[in-house]
Design a protein around this ligand. Sequence first.
Ligand code: GDP
Ligand code: MG
Length: 163
Amino acid sequence: QLPLIAICGRPNVGKSTLFNRLTGSRRSIVGDEPGITRDRIYGEIEWMGRDARIVDTGGVIPDDEALIPSEIFRQAQVALDEADAIVMVVDGRTELASPDMELSRLLLRGGKPLFLAVNKMDTESMQVQAENFRRLGFRNVLPISAEHGSGIGDLLDEVFDIL
Ligand code: GDP
Ligand code: MG
């Protein structure tokens, strides 16, 4: 059984964009379409000659604000149960939001290897903003742009290092 990497985070932070970049597939749905309800989406990734599975936990989160918190936390719990490493994604262009803080607390309590990907850092000058997210308490904080691909190699180096 290949090791499993889980991607967690609240809606719209770029989980599916990251998943698609990592797997090179279009299996995870990206976009703002209302009412997307899908199952957890699994793919495979190869990095430096090694293989892993990866899961986008956002697939099932319906576009209904009232349901979002409980669903994020349910997905995070599944990730803690089944994954070997967890990448929490936040939107580096927004202020640190309370769902991010609650989710990070849940994940940090879980004891699994954790990485914080501060997404949407599309230009080098934006990357300093990733520092704001250090307050969440993760040891590994990596600025990335899932859309443009920057920072992805460094993230994968760190994740595969502990698999
Ligand atoms: P999810 O709900 O967490 O799966 O987020 P999506 O992957 O569906 O992305 C939500 C929105 O953020 C989409 O409009 C993406 O195009 C956009 N997005 C994702 N990654 C980036 C990025 O690195 N930079 C920018 N500027 N936008 C991004
Ligand atoms: Mg998604």
